[in-house]
Design a protein around this ligand. Sequence first.
Ligand code: NAD
Length: 308
Amino acid sequence: MSAGDGRKGRSLNDRESNAMNIAFIGLGNMGGGMAANLVKAGHAVRAFDLSQEALVRAQEQGCTPCSSVAEAIAGADAVISMLPNGQIVRTLYTQEVIGKAPSGAILVDCSTIDLETARGVTSQAHAAGYFMVDAPVSGGIAAAAAGTLTFMVGGTDEAFARAAPVLEPMAKAVIRAGASGAGQIAKMCNNMLLAIHMIGTCEALKLAQKAGLDPQTFYEISSRSTGYCWSLNDYTPMAGVGAASPADNGYAGGFAAALMLKDLNLAMGGAAGAGANVPMGEHARAIYEAFVESGGGAKDFGAILTTL
Ligand code: NAD
């Protein structure tokens, strides 16, 4: 595939200045807010989801609800997906999008999925003449609603140039991570690190408390010392201590432990495929797996503190 090979898409300048037709597939907790921000930016968003409830919510946000993928992608300049897992993403693109969406459409998968599927689907899309990127996000449901997600994008220079203007209304930052799959690599590494420093933060807060140090005093010291990290400084997982977080609300809302376990499983799969040694990541995965199996899956991932 080469750039500028007769695709019918509009030029980059046209796309930047004009509203686009965007097909959005998967309007759940994340996709619903993301699609709403595309509408606010002036784009025409045609929405498809298996859930009728999600479609009604999308319609309330100004999207046009569609009864099939085919209806959503008709006339699309861009196709965006925000779906639960790699198998669903693979089925969607290989059976319903590639070869069926307009030839000039940029394909953008924002789901958090395994590297192999991300690369495989993109290579099929390229073989069929499409530009495609993997563009997973950091930031939860609140950032999706506020349009302040960080997108980590894997794809060719040309695919990134086409995807970036589509992503900007939903973003605080749109960063090219590298070639196809690099977005998913960045996402799995980031979330493995997040899991490890969250568990470490929980352990340190509990140790301080049990050893007789006021946890708030520990927070004041460590958040300005070398223990500084996002989990401690900005999302303190102990109720009433440090920064506000779901801990102050019984660990309701926030980033579900089950989703963290999903991301850690993806990271361990990625590590095995790359031959990387990740003992702390594996330990974090086991800790989240035990927590989810004991019924904690819906709680915010900082609730690991309650197990210590
Ligand atoms: P969700 O379950 O709320 O939404 C997924 C939506 O996809 C649902 O509405 C579901 O009905 C729909 N869907 C499933 N299969 C479909 C299909 N074949 N066709 C059309 N629609 C289909 O999940 P979410 O929290 O929005 O997460 C979506 C993705 O974003 C996941 O990959 C997740 O890992 C990632 N993510 C989530 C968060 C978060 O905080 N929730 C943060 C970052 C990344």
